[in-house]
Design a protein around this ligand. Sequence first.
Ligand code: MN
Length: 229
Amino acid sequence: MRGMAEFALPPPPVPAVPVEGQDQAFAVRRILCVGRNYAAHRREMGGDDRDPPFFFAKPADAIAPPGRDPAYPPRTANLHHEIELVVAIGKAGAGLTPDQALDLVYGYAVGVDLTRRDLQNAAKDKGQPWDAGKGFDDSAPISAIRRWSGPPPQGRIAISVNGQVKQAATVADMIWNVAEVIAEASKLWRLAPGDLIYTGTPEGVGPLARGDRVSGEVEGVGQLDFTVV
Ligand code: MN
């Protein structure tokens, strides 16, 4: 089509996450997130044990890669941290079974699903979408991606704020494991290289203030440090 090779305005930059041990970065296509994937967090959010996990999304440019300190967002008085294991997808796939799903994994990262909890709760009360509560600028801090093959991480997942541990759990406690999360997502969307999946947070979510030093870790995957500015 004539004119398709040129843009009316400069195209936006490609959001990208560094990959440990190499110069090339991981270009981000989409960010999917799992809600209520740890039983104790599901209960602290007012859900019950019959609620299945579910997905929501953030825009690709919501990532805050290492070195970018997320800005405290406007229109909230209750910004929350949610530490999460992040799956980086490296191959295309759709309609997968859990047995097929791990073949899509490029690597893993440590992520924080920053949440304007007051806006999310107001949206829940009114049956409105979560975008303003979840999908804002800098709402997806992420560590460098660690390349990975074989069984997914199972170990400790934790976050501390100003040196105090706020969330500490075990990835193996996820209701849907990594293979099941990828398989479920692939039944709803065509997955493709560049997709990131935030796999849900354990109990202990809580508020962040400007100036808070945040340090997250997933055993075997890495560490993520930032300050809320
Ligand atoms: Mn979350």
